[in-house]
Ligand binder design. Sequence first.
Ligand code: ADP
Ligand code: MG
Length: 352
Amino acid sequence: MSKQSPVDGRGNTPLLEVSNLRTEITTKNEPVRAVDSVSFSVGRGEIVCIVGESGSGKSVTCESITRIIPQPPASIRSGTVSFDGTPLSTEENALRSIRGDQIAHIFQNPQQSLDPVYTVGEQIIEAIQMHRDVSRREARAESVTLLREVGIANATARIDDYPHQFSGGMKQRIAIAIALASDPALLIADEPTTAVDVTVQARLLELFDRLSKGGMSILLVTHNLRVVAALADRVLVMYGGTIVERGPTAELFDEPAHPYTQDLFESYGSIDDRRTTRARREIPTAGCRFQNECPFVVPECTSGAQPAFVPVTTDSNHMVSCVYYGGSYESNPIRNTDRTTDTQQTEQSTEQ
Ligand code: ADP
Ligand code: MG
C-alpha cells in the first residue's frame, strides 16, 4: 500500500513553508512551549503527515499556520509562514479570507466547523459561492455531489437537515465537505477520520488520495500508521512540541532513526501502548526533548538546543534530530540495535 515518495514535494517552490514556529500556551500564568522551532514544508499535491503522541503539538502546529488558534491562551511567539511563495499576512481579515478560500481546516472536533443554526446545505453552498461565481442552483447541485463524495447517504434529502440531525461521524464528514467546497490549494486535516467507521474511513482516504493526485496539498495529522504508510509522501514525527525526525515515508518506515520514532512504531497497536497510556514525563527545556525517556541518553543530550537535523543516510532527505547521527555511524547504538519496524508490522496492527 505504500506510496512512492517524491524527493521533496512535487513542485520546485513548496506551497507551504513554515519556519521556526514557536507557539506558547499560557495556563495558570505559566507559559508552556506547546510548539517550538518547528520548520517544514508541504509541496504542491503532496501529502505530509504529522505523527506523534497526544500532546506533542500537532494540533497547535496546524492551528498556528493560519493563526486560527485562539490567542489567548495561545501566543504565536515567532515563525514565518509562506504560502505560494509569499509570506502570509498576520492580519486577521487577510487571514480569514485565506482560510475560507485557499487553506481549509478540518478539525479534530467537527463542531468547530459547523454552525448549528444553518442547514448543512446552506453552509456548503455558501462556501462554494464565496469561492466561485456560480448560481445557487449549481452550488446546490455541487453540494449534493460533495455530500455523496464524503459518504452521506440520501444526500439530496439530507442537504436540508441541520448539523444536530447527524451523528458525530456524519458531522465530521460534513465538515470535510464544507472544507472541500472552496476547492482549497491546501487542506489541513487534524485527525479527520477518528470519529468515523472503517468503511467511511477508507472512502475518505481514497478521496484525499484522489484530491492530492488532482493537485491539492494536504497536511494530515493522524494516529494511524497504516494511513500514513498508504497516503503520505513525507512524514514529520513530533515529540514534546518539536519535530524530531522527518523524511520520505518509505525511508522513515524502513529505518525509523530517532529513539522516539522507534518507540512509537514499536508500541503501535500493542495492548500496552505506552504512547497513549503512560503518564507524561516533564519535557525538558534544554537539550533533547526526549532525553528523560531515552534509553540511549548521554551527557551531550542534556544541554544546549534540540540537536540539529542530520541526514540518516547519505544522499537522503530523511533527517533526524539526535546526537548519535551525523558522523560516527559505526558507533551508533540506536542504529545497531535492530529495532527497525517495517510497514508490514504496522499494517497488521489495529488502529489506536
Ligand atoms: P496534539 O495535537 O499533538 O495532541 P496539542 O497541539 O493539542 O497536541 O497540544 C500541545 C501542547 O499544548 C500540550 O502540552 C497541550 O497540553 C497544550 N495545549 C494545547 N491546547 C491547549 C489549551 N487550549 N490550553 C492549555 N494547553 C493547551
Ligand atoms: Mg491534536
